[in-house]
Design a protein around this ligand. Sequence first.
Ligand code: 13P
Length: 278
Amino acid sequence: MALYNMKEILADAQKRGYGVGFFNAVNLEMIRAYIEAAEELDSPIIIGTAEALLPIAPFEWIVPAMLEAARRAKAPVAVHLDHTYHFKTLMQALRAGFGSIMYDGSRESHENNLKHSAAIARIVHGMGVGLECELGSVSGLTDETGHEDEMVYTDPAEAAEFLERTGADFLAVSIGTQHGVYKAEPHLDIPRLKEIRAAVDAPLVLHGGSGLSDDDFRNTIDGGIAKINVYTDIILAGKRALCEHPDASYTDGLCLAREAMKEATVKKLRVFGSAGKA
Ligand code: 13P
């Protein structure tokens, strides 16, 4: 299949009311697990990586592998760059060939988030690349100093102005999810999500998809989420498979982990309602 971009994949999801999974990959086994899951279910999918994963998966190794796998896939696959904070990384990403990128200005002041997101939108749009930005802050990630991001809920009253002033194509919202393993049961603010949905047209993105219940996913998709980011649950599935087979050889372990990550991905895609939507 031809390489898809996130804009066309999410436009269809929004029109038909299902969610599309976004999954970070750091090696071939993860890429293959995601694409085989999407092909098995006839589902669109978005794969990618993030600035924080660069030490494990440099762009020059992982991006050509993702692009080639996406082009060969028998399901629609887009390649997207997740959380990125530095201009230098964004420039590297544009050269590497991502179809869309996330600039995460949620650690900055509101004014700086607006200003920097708008400047980056002008650059990436000139190259035909889509831009995801975050308004509010989804907690759970740590910066270079080890400081953990705080949870700041997205203010629905600010969403339309943010998109208008920045020109961003996709909006990541903070409605009670958290990156990584939840320390307490998540309580999602669905009324807030619906208010944001009513205020803007852009596809909305839910970060911190691991650890949510099937009902949480259904409620957020009903409330207007088009893209759901999942990472932790996938690597935990891979790790579990390795722990369950401590005597497996390295290569057998890779296959076991890949199969477990594929199954974990299949489960998510089914709940998101994207199966059969390719
Ligand atoms: P989890 O690791 O909590 O699934 O979050 C993934 C994510 O939001 C990546 O941007």
